[in-house]
Design a binder for this molecule. Sequence first.
Ligand SMILES: *[C@@H]1O[C@H](CO)[C@@H](O)[C@H](O)[C@H]1NC(C)=O
Length: 939
Amino acid sequence: MLLLTCLVAVLLTSESRGQAVDKTLRIDCFPEPGSSQQGCISRGCIYDTNFDQSHPTVPLCYYPSGTGYSLSSSGLANPYILNKKSDSVKNPYGADISPISVYHSNIGATLNVKIGVQGRYEPPVQFPRNPSTSSDSLRFSVSDDGNLFSFQVKRASTGTNLWDTSIGGLLFADKYIQIATHLPTDAVYGFGEAIHQSIKHDFTQYTTWAMFARDEPPDSAGQDTKNLYGVHPFYVCLEQDGNAHGVLILNSNAQEITTGMGPHLIYRTIGGNVDLYFFPGPKPEDVINQYLALIGTPALPAYWALGFQLCRYGYHNLGEMQAAVTRTQQAGIPLDVAYADIDYMDRYKDFTTGSAWSGFPQYADQLHQAGMRIILIFDPAIQADYDSFQRGISSGARFIEWARQDQVPSAINGQYPYVQGTKIMLGVVWPDKHVGFPDFLETSGNTNKWWADEFTRYHSQMGFDGIWIDMNEPSNFGTNQDHPWYYDDDDHPNIPPLFCPLTGPDSVLEVPPYQTQAVYHYGNSQLSSNTLCMSAKMGGGNYNFYDAKCLYGWSEARATRQALSQATGKRGAIISRSTFPSSGRWAGHWLGDNTARWEDLKTSVIGAMEFNLFGIPYVGSDICGFISSPTMELCLRWQQMGAFHPFSRNHNTLGTPPQDPAMWPEVAAAAKKALLMRYNYLPYLYSLHFEASLNGHTVLRPLFFEFPQDSNTHTISFQFLWGSAFMITPVLDQGATTVRGYFPNDVWYSIYDYGYATVQSPGFASLQAPITSMIPVHVRGGYILPRQGPATTTVAARQNPFELLVAIKGQPGQAQGQMYWDDGDTIADNVASLSYYKWVFQYSETSTTAQITLQRTHTANGLSIPTLDIIEMFGYNYYPDYTSFTLDGKALSINTQTSSYSAFTKRLMISTANLINLSAVNSNTPSVLTWRHGTQLLD
Ligand SMILES: *[C@@H]1O[C@H](CO)[C@@H](O)[C@H](O)[C@H]1NC(C)=O
């Protein structure tokens, strides 16, 4: 008895000193390598000696509960002032900053909570910050329970806590900031750029995801938490009742999140402030709409940029590119865009054409004659000894620099007369000599003007239509390495690499106390690995590379949009490898240097949905895989799936056999079939892009976006929707001839080979999908989808008559839809001011009549468009009276030779040349197309 009392006393003492925390709710106190009991205790943290075999990710060294700040009597209202809690664990990575402040404000329905110290670095991203709207609102409250400050963000309508920081763990030092929160559920989606094996995050264990832009190819072979090219500290969460909210953590430093079993979230960054934006939803699509009000809506791609695109790295000359294009065309595969990777350049220098490509400008003209387009790659880094660089220097363009003159390595810079007297930091990329990195963040305008002028000058020699910006993390070869990889590459001279000050007084930014998983993940690595020195200066000397590096691709995309407009006078399209919140305003994204593996095909389905969450809907993967060679079957399945990604491009790396779809007859047939369906529905896909750019939406959506109340959808990673109404169920497994799909409780009509026009029952289903068939595609009842007969270029397809697919739902049946249309290539910096058409379509029926109303709600000036000739209807349960059709009361004669009805499939096809002139339908009151039908058929 006595012994027991003693034990209890000991436990109590250790608890009051240590405040043990349950395994599911811990905040790791030793997230870097080298954790030990002694190291842990010396930090003032608690060490759990009971390693749990079944939960190996549970942190053994963790912060005691009650770690954090407390409310100061000098700041009991907005802004709240916090002091470091006197009995709290000290920040292990630097002096605690105290006081800090917490300030909340609203931008429409969006709640901004800012934690930190005024005057610290903040990302200079200049978001539009338009007020958002919502049917719900958020409430901010604070608590100081047990002298521990915490705040709560609640949904006003339900009282659900979306964030609750009473879990503790708030730390704030100059180079280590940490905040943690309880989460309402584990249905969390987003955070990037990383490869996720499932669209929903896994909270059954602790997982840390790094976020620091890096030239790092995705690895889909298994769970891999490393950071890739871009940074998106944004997530969407579904609450228990299906309501959705979103959170952006606006910070551009090296940062990371840990998803914990609570479910809880731990956020760490090594600079800046914690700038949180809460988006109330309550529908998932509302969350994105609110997010895009803050960061800006995505760029509208040119119509042609929705066509199929063919690329490879390793065309030895123009002839090989021509051969691939010709093969594709001769196979009857739709193709709009031909690409050249860095092969086309003279020794990899931007704005030059290599001698093996001397006929390229003439070939570009020829492709343009055929209604096709050219996209070229451009890297940001400019070789320091040729005219493009010289013009930059003489026009006052800035480049990323060393902080001080005495840091400039004369052995390197001394070789280049143009950099004499500057502090330009020279690195190594593809070109033969050292390169400078344009400083797109500097505000004089000189850099961006020079950049645009270089594109304009080159465009006058070589007529490209779109721009592909690569290597913009920015990537630098061999940083800090005595023997960089290119010393063993025959195609690259052994020029000395960049060395950063990793020791001594200049190393404070290079080797901060906590370096994040962006370093620890890679073993022998630094923050400057594969990139420039953290102590470099950008933004005209105003920012440390340490802080603003992740904005490099973002700022290059902004400058490149200006360059594309100036050089071409057209909208075109841009894709960027490195992205940050609001990059979508200027560019789309491809999912990087993937590998020709089934695993990569799978994760690309998730990646494309995630980038739609991130406000970059123009996205897709390298079809058939970049690295390595696909089998025929893998390439076929990838062509089928990739035909339904907004950005649809087959791309391949150096030294592998060609993998363009015409290389295999089976792949050619499958690609042709899938792409013809894509081209058929491009007016619908383009309308989604138009809507996304005009009003702030996704284009591609996970199923849970449309059916958040159906918890089965919450874990569906491998099906996706175009908008609300067009569902794709790709085949992603080797050898499969069927695919399992989930159909939320609604009406789904097949539009692929099996059961065309008929209803697919809701629930899980196994669908036929041999390689000779399309992958399953279904259209949702209640929607009207605009389309056009396909062709092998978008230029040709745009001349074909319009069609409507009316997918009827309900009793009596109804459906609705809309279409946007413009010339497809006018510069669209302001989408609302474009000259465009918008129509709204509505179908309704009675026991005796059917009617479709067509209303022109926006009108383009002087744009002539095809007529609407075909109306296809699914779920139409009557015999139509072809003689009874009228438009606005005037009789329409229907061609009964080309029109048909099947009582078996309930499919009505109305097909008549020049049926309806869409540019002439009414604008105020809708035009009414109506007809009579016989009594309803029995099902
Ligand atoms: C459609 O209507 C517009 C506007 O009235 C007219 O300019 C155009 O010629 C018509 N097109 C056709 C094919 O009749």
